[in-house]
Design a protein around this ligand. Structure first.
Ligand code: NAD
Length: 403
């Protein structure tokens, strides 16, 4: 078994056993409820396609579809488990799912991409649906592809079924604010952290300036936070007094707008808050001892390894786990699903309010003084997994009664 899936399963097993979660549930969560694997003939090749339906304890399966070269069975399974935990933690009635096709996306013409999207839906059709499994976008599947998939699903079902997919274009039933949702969720977590820790004008450094990082920066600057360093994979810049939105978002690249620094420098800057919005495993046991920030917000998936988190927590650094900090996207997806099912329309403000409320509630649960999971014995990421597992356990025991 590869490292990623092994780590994710270990997280469930170890944290679950340590926190006294029922063994039957842990055993159930270590295997997906269903895994569909099929081939798609495309341009004289047979592509491997997958959909993992990990857990439906809390509701229909929910999770993205990625079109990338490296996608395989294990990656899809690991990501579906993380979706189960994320939905449970922020208390959204969805289960965990994930899908993908192993394909060299850069080599696909528009026509082949369209064919692939439709074939993938035909393969999935018997096991998905508005109340069963609702896929969404992920790497290389944008709102156009998802809208096309929803059309294909509706055609086969012979019924307009907008709630079969989320992440659609606005004119096809998509929800306002979906694109900015993960960055907005991260910003809501920043606000909660500052209230809890009574931080007045904290300095904030942000690694990663893609969809999540740039939207996070946009909301933070609109609310007068002091962003003192930003980077992407080409390098970074800093400004002691803080960047303005004008400087960062206008004209040419932000990399030309301040004193140049590299990525390692950014991670080790003496700032109040470090926001990780790029890739996984950027803080490991190697650089953890050099981190000077007092707080870290994990917006990317898995940017801090478990060993590094242990070192940081021992140094008194608070690391907000990814399952909470980047859950804004799935919260917005829930709004889109309800909107499509009920035939109503949510405004961007409605969606943002929903995200902020969900994340605030989970943040308070996570940071409450809890005799069951004292911070001397549990990492915050372990506590987040345990809060998710407890919610799953409650529903699991209720439904077991009827079996
Ligand atoms: P993106 O591809 O739009 O942006 C990634 C950014 O990271 C880019 O600015 C890139 O230049 C930068 N980057 C890449 N490698 C880097 C490195 N070594 N050092 C510094 N910067 C580097 O991706 P995104 O959608 O913004 O996602 C970022 C992270 O958030 C990923 O881990 C993703 O899994 C996670 N995430 C995204 C969403 C979402 O809604 N987009 C939801 C949940 C989690």
């Amino acid at each position: 078994m590869g490292k990623f899936l092994k780590d994710v399963k270990k997280q469930i097993k170890k944290s679950g056993e340590k926190g006294g979660i029922k063994k039957e549930l842990l055993k159930k969560l270590l295997s997906p409820e269903r895994f569909l694997e099929f081939t798609i003939p495309l341009n004289e090749k047979y592509l491997h396609a997958y959909r993992c339906q990990h857990s439906s304890i809390l509701g229909p399966y929910k999770g993205g579809i990625r079109f990338c070269k490296h996608v395989d069975r294990e990656e899809v399974e690991a990501l579906s488990i993380l979706m189960t935990l994320k939905c449970a933690l922020i208390d959204i009635p969805f289960g965990g799912g994930k899908g993908g096709v192993a394909v060299d996306f850069q080599k696909l013409s528009g026509e082949l991409l369209e064919k692939l999207a439709k074939e993938y839906v035909r393969g999935l059709f018997p096991i998905i649906g508005p109340d069963v499994d609702i896929p969404a976008p992920d790497i290389n599947t944008n709102e156009d592809i998802i809208s096309l998939m929803e059309e294909e699903y509706s055609k086969i079902a012979r019924k307009h079924s907008p709630a079969s997919f989320t992440g659609k274009k606005i004119e096809k039933g998509g929800v306002a604010g979906r694109v900015e949702a993960t960055g907005y969720g991260g910003f809501s977590v920043l606000e909660e952290l500052c209230v809890k820790e009574r931080l007045e004008t904290p300095s904030v450094a942000v690694q990663g300036f893609g969809n999540v990082g740039s939207n996070f920066v946009k909301f933070a600057l609109e609310n007068n936070y002091r962003i003192t360093a930003i980077s992407n994979e080409e390098g970074g810049v800093e400004s002691k007094e803080g960047f303005s939105a004008e400087t960062i978002f206008k004209d040419c690249s932000f990399l030309k707008k301040g004193k140049k620094i590299n990525n390692e420098d950014l991670l080790e800057k003496d700032v109040d808050i470090l926001v990780l919005a790029a890739v996984e495993r950027v803080i490991t046991k190697k650089n953890a001892p050099k981190i000077k920030a007092k707080y870290i917000i994990n917006l990317a998936n898995g940017p801090v390894t478990r060993k590094a988190e242990k070192i940081l927590q021992e140094k008194g650094i608070i690391v907000v786990p990814d399952v909470l900090a980047n859950a804004g996207g799935v919260a917005a997806s829930y709004c889109e699903w309800v909107q499509s099912k009920e035939g109503i329309k949510y405004s961007k403000e409605d969606v943002f309010q929903f995200i902020a409320a969900k994340l605030k509630k989970s943040f308070c649960e996570l940071f409450s003084k809890d005799e069951k999971y004292p911070k001397e014995s549990f990492l915050l990421s372990e506590k987040a997994v345990l809060l998710a597992l407890s919610r799953l356990e409650k529903k699991f025991l209720e439904t077991e009664k009827f079996n």
